[in-house]
Design a protein around this ligand. Structure first.
Ligand SMILES: CC(C)(COP(=O)(O)OP(=O)(O)OC[C@H]1O[C@@H](n2cnc3c(N)ncnc32)[C@H](O)[C@@H]1OP(=O)(O)O)[C@@H](O)C(=O)NCCC(=O)NCCS
Length: 183
C-alpha cells in the first residue's frame, strides 16, 4: 500500500531495496543517531530485509521524494499491538542534505494518518537518543510529547546511552492534523 504525503510518498520496503538499505544503515553520519550497531554485513542485512517484508506486526516503508521519486529514507511502524492499540515509529533520512527540509515530518504525519485512521491505533511511541535534538523537534512537530528519560537504555559498541520516550495520542493528533491539513 502506498501512503501519499505532501512532499513524500511512502511505499512498502521490497527485497530489491536490500543493497540500498545496506549502504544507508552503514553510513556513520546517520548511524550515530540510531541504536543499530554497525558495520552490518550484506548477509545480515538480507535477513533483516526479509523479516521486514514478511512481518505481520510491523510495516516498513521507503520514503520517496514526491517530485522526483528519489528514495531518501526509511520509516517504520513496529510492534503493532492490536489489543492495546499502540505501536512504535522509527525513521531515518539517509542523506544529510535532505535533513531539516520538512521531509521527515511530512513522512511521519502521513504514517500517523495511516496508523490512527486505517489501523485504528490510539498511541504511537518513539524512542530518541539524547544526542538527537532534530529528531526530538520533528516528533514534537507531529504531536509527540516527552514522557520520560530512559537512563542507560541502549547499549551500543560497549557504551550505554540515555533515550527519551515520546508518544502521540490519537485525540491530540487529530486536532493537529486538521490544523496542518492532513485531514
Ligand atoms: C530525524 C529525521 C528523520 C527528521 O527528519 P527531517 O526531515 O530532518 O525533519 P524536519 O525537517 O521535518 O523537521 C526537523 C525539525 O527539527 C528542527 N531542527 C533541525 N536541526 C535541529 C537541531 N540541531 N536542534 C533542534 N532542532 C533542530 C528543524 O528546525 C525542524 O523544525 P521546524 O520545521 O519547526 O523548523 C532526520 O533528520 C534524520 O533522518 N536524521 C538522522 C537519523 C535520525 O536521527 N533518525 C531518527 C532516530 S530517532
Amino acid at each position: 500500500m502506498i501512503l501519499k504525503g505532501k512532499k513524500v510518498v511512502l511505499r512498502p520496503v521490497k527485497i530489491s531495496d536490500t543493497k540500498m538499505l545496506h549502504r544507508w544503515i552503514n553510513n556513520k553520519k546517520v548511524n550515530r543517531f540510531l541504536t543499530t550497531e554497525i558495520p552490518i554485513s550484506l548477509a545480515k542485512e538480507k535477513r533483516k530485509v526479509r523479516q521486514m517484508v514478511k512481518s505481520k506486526i510491523s510495516k516498513h516503508f521507503v520514503i520517496k521524494k514526491k517530485d522526483t521519486g528519489e528514495p531518501i529514507g526509511v520509516m517504520s511502524l513496529a510492534r503493532i499491538d492490536k489489543k492495546h492499540k499502540r505501536a512504535i515509529s522509527g525513521a531515518f533520512i539517509a542523506d544529510s542534505k535532505y535533513w531539516g527540509r520538512g521531509y521527515g515530518s511530512d513522512a511521519k504525519m502521513t504514517l500517523l494518518r495511516y496508523a490512527f485512521l486505517k489501523l485504528d491505533l490510539n498511541r504511537v511511541e518513539s524512542y530518541v537518543l539524547t544526542n538527537n535534538p532534530r529528531s526530538m523537534a520533528y516528533n514534537k512537530k507531529c504531536g509527540y510529547k516527552c514522557e520520560g528519560l530512559l537512563r542507560q537504555y541502549v547499549l551500543k559498541q560497549g557504551k550505554f546511552y540515555d533515550s527519551i520516550l515520546l508518544a502521540v495520542i490519537k485525540k491530540d493528533w487529530l486536532l493537529l492534523a486538521k490544523r496542518q491539513s492532513y485531514l
